[in-house]
Design a protein around this ligand. Sequence first.
Ligand code: NAD
Ligand code: UFG
Length: 343
Amino acid sequence: MVNILITGGTGYIGSHTAVLLCEAGYNVHIADNFANSDPGVLNRIEQIIGKSIHFSEVDLTSSEDLDLVFKNNTFDAVIHFAGLKSVGESIKEPLKYYNNNISSTMNLLNSMHKHNVDKLVFSSSATVYGECKIVPLEETFPIGQTTNPYATSKFMQELILRDVAFASNLNVVTLRYFNPIGAHTSGLIGENPKGIPNNLCPYITQVLSGKLEMLSVFGDDYETDDGSAIRDYIHVVDLANGHLKAIEKLLQTNSSTSYNAINLGRGIGVSVLEMIKTFENATGRKVPYRVTSRRQGDLPVSYAATDKALNELDFKAERSIEQACRDSWNYQEEFNKTSASKE
Ligand code: NAD
Ligand code: UFG
């Protein structure tokens, strides 16, 4: 049995990855402090996989607490999702972001080194490409022209991981995600942000369910066909599958040290207005919206070059954005039912 530690495994992407890894026969251990997730997710993961899952409630910024998890368990590899991810909050509270995201990664690397765990998959982000104006974004493009502390923290973590990988026997695959959307088809797990959503898709599903009144489209004066900004939306289950492929590659590697950054996207740009239409077609409901001014720090167009993921991980996203919209809506409806039955 191969043992995988998933930090941040009760979060949005981590929970879907935990499910896929368990279904593929891996022995998964989740570590999370519920900073942005709900303990109920553990039960829901167990419902999907039909067995119990190992879990440690731990804050990765505590080196002692994290090291105990390594002392008490054996791991062959780690997938490191744990981190704070709100761009807006990071601008207001940069220290919180640098503290949490950088210390967690430093503590994790120290414990991995101490306990001879030498394989790591790291959650990075397309935001590390910053203001690059050339698309599709290729892994060889320079990174670091970041526009907010969250993105800078990802860039800094990438630098730290690369240096440590070259200086020790660590093997790292850094995955740069584009825009994850959708949910597990069961409707049991999905994206459930605390407070008012910052991201487009959870905002739309909350408008559709009547929780929020109206979507603001941030700008229709970009140099794109319909004037709204373009992103590369990828179904979260496809994204989770990318992690499975990355873990499989790491487990097969004979190299004593390596660092490899790979994009995970569909390689297809979709505008905000196209996303609204897709949600409307997928759900048969209207999305009320108004156009407002651009959001500060937003890029006009961002989508991935996907050749490296295909060539090196044999990864290709399979699910359409229509399916992602259906699955997001299904999750939102299941979530509303459960919340209503608790009231
Ligand atoms: P999420 O907030 O749903 O999940 C992150 C999890 O990490 C949460 O469960 C949270 O409680 C946990 N966590 C945070 N700090 C912790 C700490 N100090 N100790 C223990 N647990 C901690 O976010 P997500 O969307 O699942 O993202 C997962 C990772 O992917 C993050 O690192 C994020 O930056 C990165 N990422 C996300 C996106 C996106 O759009 N969702 C895009 C690119 C990269
Ligand atoms: N948008 C709106 N209205 C909203 C929310 C978003 O018009 O209420 C627009 C944005 O302006 C943008 C697009 O929808 O053009 C997507 O915005 P998101 O906030 O959903 O996503 P971002 O591309 O800004 O950023 C996301 C994550 C980052 C991650 C990045 C790249 O929030 O953490 O994708 O992976 F790093």
